[in-house]
Design a protein around this ligand. Structure first.
Ligand SMILES: C[S@@+](CC[C@H](N)C(=O)[O-])C[C@H]1O[C@@H](n2cnc3c(N)ncnc32)[C@H](O)[C@@H]1O
Length: 211
């Protein structure tokens, strides 16, 4: 993130926007369950709200400094911070009841990588699990705001088709000044889970202790 971006995303105003406007409107339509994965948490505007809604919140952040800062904020609680690329999740298939992605996809440099992230979200969801997300819509202002930073905004029409192609079902895409989306993993599961390269990886502790 560039400097302006880092400042806005860690501001109380941004946290209020995410926590008061975005997340309640998404979770009205989605049961997050007990185990949630948030990808691209950054300074944690969504993390702070979500951790009160689920039993265990795992967050995966590609920027080691941002991940370390977040881990320092939540020592010993129900937030587990993992450093790494959301396009290559080191969790077994079916670990999570829900996955969340907020203001993150437009920071992913290519559509192919965005697709990979959506496919990974599907893989790690349990059958019937839900993906919720939001992102900024393309605009000149947003483009200028990303000077020197990755700027690859998601086309809402593209998103609907991509979610469907990746294997999601019951997809809702909302455009109301921002982009919001909700999509479910089919209850029958996804045959692509079988034989996944990450199959040897484990689920976060709370899921393991339940099985
Ligand atoms: C604009 S910030 C949004 C932070 C937070 N989700 C929010 O809404 O306030 C985007 C975050 O996504 C992270 N990110 C970008 N690409 C990622 C990837 N491939 N895997 C995991 N995190 C990623 C960035 O490092 C950054 O912290």
């Amino acid at each position: 993130m560039n400097e302006d971006h880092a400042r806005v995303c860690s501001s109380p105003e941004w946290a209020a926007h995410i926590q008061d406007e975005i997340l309640p409107s998404l979770t009205r339509h989605a049961d997050l369950g007990a185990d949630m994965l948030e990808i691209g948490p950054g300074p944690g505007a969504a993390t702070e709200w979500l951790r009160h809604q689920v039993r265990q919140l795992t967050v995966q952040e590609v920027d080691p400094a941002a991940a370390a800062a977040l881990a320092g904020k939540y020592p010993g609680g129900n937030v587990r911070v993992v450093v790494g690329d959301a396009a290559d999740l080191n969790f077994a298939g079916g670990c999570f009841d829900s996955v969340g992605s907020f203001t993150m996809l437009h920071h992913v440099p290519t559509p192919a990588q965005q697709n990979k992230i959506l496919a990974e979200a599907l893989r790690v969801l349990r059958p019937g699990g839900v993906l919720i997300g939001s992102d900024s819509l393309a605009s000149n202002d947003l483009h200028h705001f990303h000077a020197g930073d990755t700027y690859n905004p998601v086309d809402p029409a593209w998103l609907l088709g991509r979610l469907q192609t990746v294997g999601f079902d019951s997809i809702t895409v909302i455009v109301d000044g921002t982009l919001k989306f909700i999509a479910r993993k089919p209850a029958g599961g996804d045959p692509r889970d079988a034989g996944s390269t990450a199959e040897a990886a484990a689920c976060p502790a709370s899921r393991v202790s339940r099985t």
